[in-house]
Structures are given as structure tokens and as C-alpha cells.
Design a binder for this molecule. Structure first.
Ligand code: TNX
Length: 515
């Protein structure tokens, strides 16, 4: 599916065809401060990576990123050997202003240094460094390229603590290998949370030992939209994903949607309906027809078992309990349900997280609400925020990666909007809701619902390039938005060859001057 206009052969490029030099400011998301100066660093066969033992895991990731295209050994040493060209990772005491994820990157003729307070910041700096090398650094086999990094200094740290992406595993199951590839792709843009939507009407995608049929029935072959696909994550798969993500400084947020979006659970366990009769399995894309039975005690045994087992799998702080589109639950029942269920998340040591509908419940005062509305105000959410609720911004007409780019987009939906790259970029998560102060906004998330998406190519085509826009809104400081767009589209255009080298099937938006 990859439409690649670049020569990907290993033949040395003639000098006249040399790619344009990368500039120090050509980074996505835009860094806080960029000061070009002095002479460039040249990565050669003799370059050494220097990192103390504590930073070794980041050094390993850096070496793994640079070895395939350079073909160089790039040995990792605890100390920089005198005289050799060096890329040095230096953790600790980089300055309080940088926080846990900020970094300083200095490029001199003699070497590159990344300084940060810890490994999360070093990893972020490494992602920047990768973008400062020629695009061919993302090729998977050796290329004959002068591997130069422009000289100067970058100081950088995130605007928001939460920068997320969401993948819908329920409507079509995506395998662990596909999820890992997506983690690699999003972490390049300093996304630090991956929210997995693990259950919905069409399927249940995570093993739960106390209710085993959830996965075996809810994840059976043929569960999914149009009856294609099926599958589920075992607990071993899930733990492996959590570890893989953590190595890339991405925290996984599990979601089980309730009290609506539960048809797959009720197919597996008919006692979860009010009349005890199993509903038919669903492979269509309707929403809002299923509900847990609010008056039955077994409902809360089920919910507590699921929350307990999910919390035990989750080192991260958040556990998402859905709460959206509960149109088959009465308003009073919804409040009854949330009054019992929100405290269960706390009981197992996690911060409750849900779609913005949970803000109707007074029990959501210490929860996080994910705003997915289309409007620029939300009185119920604003009232909850006054009581302590925090907000993650995912306005569906801006941040939903499953919306079509325009009417001709072959994949995706269009109920919220058509979202071209400029629409995805042209809003501010801190001020989008006029009745919610920026101080209550934890950050931004780009959800990708998969009713129409099956393969990793499908996922990539909808996510890229828009995910880079959402990542910049989450990370970079606000400046003047029109000027930012001109800068963003130039940097994005220059990034295209990097995706091409990675085999990422991105959408070549006509709004972007692709290199
Ligand atoms: C609405 S957004 C939903 C999902 C659908 C999505 C499709 C939200 C919280 N609920 O169930 O998959 O639209 O865009």
C-alpha cells in the first residue's frame, strides 16, 4: 500500500541528488528553544555511544535505531573515550525546569550530548536526535549517506503531562505485533500514553481469569465488525506489551467500557443482562443499545473482578471505565452505577478515567474525564472540574483519527467532521473549552476507532500525519497559531521521507509540501 516516491536502493546517491540538509529546527513536535550555531557533528564508523549504566536502556534503543541504516557498530561505553566522536547520554541534574521528560541537546563538531534528569528525558532527546540526522537514517538496510547533525543547542520539555493515542481493539482486533509497531511510531513524537479500548459490543480482547468466557467467547474467531477478525490478548501478551511500551516511555491505559458497550460480555455471560437471556453477537456498528443490569448484584461482582485483574496488570496510574453513550441505561441508573463503580477503581489503587459523560456523576471528582464532544463548552464537565475533575482533550471533530480527511477518503467515518491536517492542528487543547481552565487540562489524546480499520496499513493511513499534529499540540509551547501552521506544515513535509523509509503508509495530504 505504500506509495513511495523515493529511491530506496542502496546505490550511493550522486552528489547532485543529495537530500536537502536537515536544519536544527526541523523537529516534530517543535522544541521549546532551538539555537543553531557552530559546526556540524558527523556520525562515522568510529562513533561511540557513551552512557552510564543507569542510562544503558536508552543507549541500547539509540544504538538499535542508528545501526541498521548506518551499518556502523556504534559500541556503547560507560565513558566517552578520548578523541573519538561520541554521542553521550548524560542523566541527572539537568535542571528542575526540564522536569522528568525534558532534555538539553548540544551538537558540537566533537560530539553530541543529551542531558536530562532521567531516562524519560534522554529518550525524548534521542527522538529529537534521530530527526536531526538525514531521513535515510530510518532505512532498514545500510545507506551511503554523510550522517551529519546540524550544530547548536536545543532545550525542550512538554507543555502537557498527558499526550496520548488510543487504539480500538474491540471493533477489529489488532495483534500484539501491530500494537508494538504503533507504539514505536507514536513514541517518535513523544506520545507518552497508549489507551487500549479493550472491550465493546462486538468483542472482548483481554483475558480475565475469573470470567474466562469473556475472552474465549468475546474474542472468538469472527468477533468484530462485519464478522472479520477476532482474537484477544492473553495476560502474558498484555504484560509483554506493558513492558515493551515502558521501554519506550509509553504508559498503557486499559479501558473496559461500561455500563454501555457491553454486548460481547453479555453474549459470554447472559447473567449480565436483566432478563438473563443471551443477546445475539453483534458485528454491526450501532452504538448505545446495550447496558449492564444496574439492579443486579452480579453486575458489581463482575465489574470488581474485572477492575481488580486489570489494575493488577497495570503499573500506570489510570484505569479507564468508559461510560460513553449509555443510551440504554436510564440517567438515574447511570448515577447509581457510577457511584458504586468509580470508588472501585480507587480501591485497587488507580485513578479512574472515563469519557466525559462520567462528569455527570458527583463521584467523578477525583477522576479524569476525556472530552470527546464537538462543542467549545460543556457545562456538566465544567461543573465537575470545579469539583476537582481533570480533563484530557479529544474533541471528535479535531482529534479523532478515525474521521475521514475528506469525502474521498476510502477508510474511516465522518459523523463528527472531515478532518484535514490543518483542522487537526488548528486548535488549542488548553483553551478549546471556554468553561474549563487550562489548569484542569492534563493533556490531549488522539483516539483511533476501528470500525473500518483492520490492517496496520489502515491504522497508519488514518493516524499519519494527523497524529504528529496532535502530538505537537500536546508537547510544544503555544505561539501564534497561523505562524505555527506554516512552520508545522514545512516540518511535516520534510518528515514524509522518514515515514517512507520506515514503510509507514501515511496519507499524502495535499495541504503539505511533501519532500
Ligand atoms: C463514538 S467516541 C464512540 C465510539 C465509536 C466512535 C466512532 C465515543 C466515546 N464513542 O463508540 O467507535 O464514535 O467514531
Amino acid at each position: 500500500l505504500l506509495a513511495c516516491a523515493l529511491p530506496l536502493t542502496a546505490a550511493p546517491a550522486p552528489a547532485s541528488a543529495a537530500p536537502p540538509a536537515v536544519s536544527l529546527g526541523s523537529v516534530l513536535p517543535a522544541p521549546v528553544s532551538v539555537r543553531p550555531s557552530g559546526s556540524a557533528f558527523r556520525l562515522t564508523a568510529g562513533t561511540v555511544i557513551a552512557a552510564p549504566p543507569a542510562a544503558r536502556p536508552v543507549a541500547d534503543r539509540l544504538a538499535a535505531a542508528l545501526r541498521p541504516a548506518t551499518g556502523y557498530r556504534l559500541p556503547i561505553r560507560a565513558h566517552a573515550p578520548a578523541g573519538a566522536p561520541v554521542i553521550e547520554l548524560s542523566p541527572g541534574h539537568a535542571g528542575a525546569g526540564l522536569g522528568a521528560e525534558g532534555y538539553r541537546l548540544s551538537v558540537r563538531r566533537s560530539g553530541v550530548t543529551v542531558r536530562a534528569n532521567g531516562n524519560a528525558g534522554l529518550y525524548a532527546g534521542v527522538q529529537t536526535l534521530r530527526q536531526l540526522l538525514p531521513a535515510a537514517i530510518d532505512a532498514s538496510t545500510p545507506r551511503h549517506v554523510r550522517w551529519t547533525v546540524p550544530g547548536g543547542d536545543i532545550v525542550d520539555h512538554p507543555r502537557f503531562a498527558y499526550r496520548g493515542a488510543m487504539l480500538d481493539e474491540a471493533r477489529h482486533f489488532h495483534t500484539p505485533a501491530e500494537i508494538k509497531r504503533y507504539i514505536d511510531e507514536i513514541s517518535r513524537f513523544k506520545i507518552n500514553y497508549l489507551h487500549l479500548h479493550l472491550a465493546d459490543d462486538q468483542g472482548w480482547r483481554i483475558q480475565i481469569d475469573s470470567w474466562p468466557r469473556l475472552a474465549t467467547v468475546g474474542g472468538a474467531p469472527g468477533t468484530g465488525v462485519d464478522g472479520v477478525g477476532g482474537g484477544y490478548l492473553t495476560k502474558a501478551d498484555y504484560r509483554d506489551l506493558v513492558r515493551y511500551a515502558a521501554e519506550r516511555f509509553v504508559t498503557i491505559v486499559p479501558e473496559i467500557d461500561m455500563p454501555g458497550h457491553v454486548n460481547a460480555a453479555q453474549v459470554a455471560y447472559p447473567e449480565l443482562t436483566c432478563d438473563g437471556v443471551a443477546p445475539p453477537p453483534r458485528t454491526d456498528t450501532e452504538v448505545g443499545y446495550s447496558s449492564l443490569c444496574i439492579g443486579k448484584e452480579i453486575t458489581y461482582r463482575f465489574v470488581e473482578d474485572v477492575i481488580r485483574e486489570l489494575a493488577a496488570l497495570t503499573p500506570g496510574p489510570y484505569l479507564h471505565i468508559g461510560g460513553d453513550e449509555a443510551h440504554a441505561t436510564t440517567a438515574a441508573d447511570y448515577l447509581t452505577f457510577e457511584r458504586r463503580v468509580l470508588p472501585l477503581v480507587r480501591k485497587y489503587g488507580k485513578t479512574a478515567y472515563g469519557w466525559n459523560e462520567i462528569s455527570r456523576s458527583p463521584s467523578a471528582s477525583d477522576a479524569v474525564a476525556q472530552f470527546w464532544g464537538l462543542d467549545t463548552s460543556d457545562p456538566a464537565l465544567a461543573a465537575a472540574v470545579a469539583g476537582g475533575t481533570k480533563v484530557v482533550m479529544s474533541p471528535a471533530n479535531r482529534a479523532y483519527l478515525d474521521m475521514k480527511y475528506d469525502p474521498s477518503t476510502p477508510l474511516g467515518l465522518s459523523w463528527a467532521a472531515y478532518i484535514e491536517v490543518q483542522d487537526a492542528y488548528g486548535w488549542d487543547p488548553g483553551t478549546r473549552l471556554t468553561d474549563v481552565p487550562e489548569s484542569a487540562v492534563l493533556g490531549v489524546e488522539a483516539p483511533l476507532w476501528s470500525e473500518t480499520l483492520r490492517s496496520i496499513d489502515d491504522i497508519e493511513f488514518m493516524a499519519f500525519p494527523r497524529l504528529a499534529a496532535i502530538a505537537e499540540l500536546g508537547w510544544s509551547p503555544t505561539r501564534s497559531l497561523p505562524g505555527d501552521w506554516e512552520s508545522f506544515r514545512a516540518r511535516l513535509g520534510a518528515y514524509g521521507p522518514r515515514w517512507a523509509h520506515q514503510g509507514v503508509d501515511f496519507y499524502r495530504s495535499p495541504q503539505i509540501p511533501w519532500a
